[in-house]
Each structure stands twice: as C-alpha cells, then as structure tokens.
Design a protein around this ligand. Sequence first.
Ligand code: HEM
Length: 492
Amino acid sequence: MHSKRGSSPKEVPLNPKHPRLVAPFLLVSLSAVLAGTSAGVIALLRSLLALGVLPPALGQIHGRLQIFGFLLPFVLGCSTFVFPRIAAGRPLRHPELALAAAAGFGLSLLLQLAGWALPRLVTPLWRASGLALALAGLFAAAALEGPLAELRRRRQGQAADRGYEPVLEIALLFVALAAATEGLALWRAAAASDLVAPFTLAAAAERLALGGGAAGIAFGVSTRMFPGFLGIDPGRARPPRWTVLLWATSVALGAAGSLAGIPRIESGADLLFALAALSFAARLGLATRRGGPAIDRSRDPLFPWGARVAYASLAASAMLGGLAALGSLAGLAVHLFWTDAARHLLVLGFLSTLVATMAGRLAPGWAGRPLALPWARGVAVFALPLAAALRATEGIAGQWGPAWVVDLAAASGPLGAIGFLGLVASVGTTLARPPRASGRTQGPSVRRAERPAEAEQHQGREGPGEARDLERRRREARGGHGAEPRGDRSVQ
Ligand code: HEM
C-alpha cells in the first residue's frame, strides 16, 4: 500500500513487497529477553555472592531463553526485513513460513514456562516445546532462503557473489541445525528428573546458534551495509574465501566436538573461530574509513559508535576465547571464568550491541514511523558493551583478585538489564505505539517520515539499499568501473 494524499503525515505505509513480519518475532524476543536477563542476573549474583554452585538448570534456562527466546528471533525477525532488500528486492516467497516460525518460537517459550508452572505436565509440555523450536528454526531458514535463492538465480552467468551471500546461506543452515539440536536437548531434558538437558547437546546448540546462526547473519549483513553506512571500502569489507571457510569449519567442528564430548576438538574449533572472527572484525567494524560520505554520520549518529564497539567486543572475545583454547590445548587448566567472559563479550558486547544498533537504525523502516524513545536505544547501545566489558574483568579478577574488581563485575548484571530494558522500551514502543500527532521528533529518518511523498520514494531504499546506492555513486565517480551487476538492483 502506497501512501495516499491526505493520509496522516507521519504514517509511512510499508511497501507491499515487504509484509510486516518483524513485529511477531520481536514480540517473542522482547518478552523473552526480560525473563532471560532476570535469570542471568540471579545466576550472576548467586555466583558472586558465593551462594553455592550454580544449579545447572538455572544456567540452561538462562542460556536457552537468551539464545532461542531473545537473540535468534530478534535477528531472524530483522532478517525478514533486511534479506529481501539486500539480497533480491523481492518479498519472501513464503511469508507464511516466517509467520509460522515466529509462532513456533513463541509457542516453544510459552510451553517451557507452562512446564515450570505445571511440574506434573512438564514432560509433554517440554517435548512439545522442543518440537515447536525445531520447526521454528526450520521454517525461518526456509523462509529467508527465498531471497538468497532469487539472488543466486539472477547472478547466474554473471559476476561472482559479493561475499555476503555464502555467509548468509551458511548462517541459515546453522540456524536450522541449532534449533533442531536445542529442540532435541529440550526433549531429553523433559525426561530428566532435574530438567537438565545433556550438556553435549546444549553446548552444540549454543555453538550453532551463536557462532553460526546469529554471528553469521551479523557478518553477512554488516558486509552488505557497512561500506555505505560507515564509509569503509567495499572491497575491504568483502570477506575472503578463507575467512568464510574458517568460520564455517570452526562452527561445524565445534558442534561436532561438543556432541562427541571431546574438549580438544572444541578448543581447536575455538581457536579457528577466533581467527575467523578477528578477520571479520578487521574488515567490518574495525576497518578504517576510506573516504566517501558515511550515511549514518548524519542520519543516525549512534550507528558508527555501536557498530565499532560491537566489533571491538568481538575482537576481545576472539582473543580471550583463542587464548583460553590455546591454554587448554597446551594442557593448562583454564578457569570457567575465562570462557564465560569470552562468551558474554560475544553475546552481550558483540551480538546484543549490534542488534540494538541495527534495530535503532532500521525500526523506522519496519514500523513506518520514527524511532520512539531514541534516548532509551542510546542507553542500550552504551550499557550493553559496558556490561560485557565489566563482565570480562571477572575472567582475571575472579581468579586472582583484587576483590573490588570482582564487585565491579557484579555491576555488569544490572547494567546489562538496563541495556535490555532500553532496547525493549525503544523498539517495543516504536512497533506498538501510533505516532504522536505533534511534538519534537528526532533525526533525518523522522524528517523523511514527516513527508509522505518523500518517504514513499524512499521506500525500498531504506537501510542497506542506501549502501548500494552510495557504493554505485562512488564507483561511478571513480570512472564507472565495477558497477553493480544488474542482478543486484534489488532494493529499488
Ligand atoms: C545482563 C545480561 C546477562 C547476565 C547477567 C548473564 C549472566 C550469566 C551467568 C551468571 C551465567 C552462568 C555462568 C557460569 O556458568 O558460571 C551465564 C551463562 C550463560 N549465558 Fe548469560 N548473562 C547475560 C546475558 C546473556 C545473553 C544476552 C546471552 C545470549 C544471547 C547469554 C547466554 C548465556 C549462555 C549460553 C550461558 C551458558 C549457560 C549454561 O551454563 O548452560 N547471556 N550468563
């Protein structure tokens, strides 16, 4: 539906080619993050106040809620908006599959909670939850594969892919495998007396979901967007084949090592992942600018900060994880604090910060209205990486002190919770609330939304499409070489 003359000046209807699929995913995700973060804060306080060994069920419920309740649905929901635009400019061929995926993630979450509330029924409820989760992952991957397949078809006989396509394809495979593995873990936990899933399955699912699915989509989308958004050289952003191969191998090998319960394979995989992650970080968020205007300096001043600090966290996580892996391979006893610090630098510092950064930038496009409570999104973009950094101090201070640094690490829990509250407030309100009739608005994307004709023109060029336009203009300015292949004129 295109905007009509006389319609509310702030309502910017979405292009019909891009059905509104983001909201159902985000409804699940933003609900889960509050529950998952509360479980994490309780776990952290228990551990730092020395209240005894962390019950494995609490650790698992926190990990599962955050990964399969919050992070994956969020990333996949954003992808229903971003993939058609960056990949083919066509709608998802089967939006009903994406809707079924969002429903599956939500149902899985509700069934798990019902299992806690009704202990006598926990076995059938959790089994059904596992099944719903496995199907949700499969449906989401199948729905999102559509635009990538379309892009492959259009590229036939033309120039080679542009680096991000294979990364996104592999990431979708990891998403489906991760949800199936976690679904199986839930099924098995349902039958265990303490509701703890086999650690082998839970660890494999975590690797596939975080290092594979979520990080893969983050790498692919960043490769596509950052040249225009940050003003970095597109040639530099494009990952070389060895980086993609190293990343995919590290995730597959790590998951196999976890399933087989062989720590040396897991450590080897961690080392490979660290190398791949450092290569991605150097090409994307940590790359220097190579001239040319960066769109988001004017449109979203927080975007460059969020993107760069997220990739700095990824690099820190990779170095810590790589060192821990080297230590393990050398036969040293590596404290769990180290692996936990590397894990939370990845999930809080990199993935969650990038999610908050991207969501703030893209939400006006999903919702057809300005970002609500931009200050709350700003809080998220600052609090999440800071929480991750404080958490990382625990890796060293947890073992050797001093005690005041350990206390500082405790602050990471509430700080992370504040960051997630900011994300929920800003993005949730953007999706839920009708626009104000008057009052101050923020940023140039808002100014666009106030002018329907302009906004309509802009539809389909929101977000990553701008990167493409900018890149093309820059290339033309350099003499017209390397113009986009026709097949990529997708987001008009
Ligand atoms: C404020 C935010 C968070 C806090 C306070 C927190 C806290 C914790 C704590 C205390 C643990 C237990 C560590 C141990 O084994 O000693 C843990 C484990 C874990 N966390 Fe978080 N976390 C947060 C955010 C996240 C996010 C955003 C994710 C993923 C998207 C995540 C994923 C995990 C996973 C997978 C585990 C391992 C669970 C297991 O033992 O099976 N956390 N977290």
